[in-house]
Design a protein around this ligand. Structure first.
Ligand SMILES: [Zn+2]
Length: 80
């Protein structure tokens, strides 16, 4: 019998790091092979902007946007 699919969100970790990024990049998320999520936030943003960007990235994680085939512009438009 095939095991039921377990949603990654329930099991996996979100690691958040700030680092220098190009000025036009606020943040991005990279799912890794273990199913954890690495969120990278531009260190040049204000604390408030960093929190806002983290919330944005967490929404992508909650929506499981990383396995989707739609264009990035479509996925981003849903979060506006
Ligand atoms: Zn986004």
């Amino acid at each position: 019998m095939k095991a039921p699919r377990i949603r990654r969100l329930k099991l996996n970790e979100i690691y958040v790091r700030t680092l220098p990024l190009p000025v036009h990049v606020k943040a991005f998320t990279v799912p890794d092979a273990q199913g954890d999520y690495n969120v990278y936030i531009n260190a040049a943003l204000s604390a408030e902007q960093q929190q806002k960007s983290l919330r944005h990235e967490r929404t992508h994680i909650e929506k499981d946007d990383f396995d989707r085939d739609e264009a990035v512009s479509v996925i981003e438009a849903e979060l506006k």
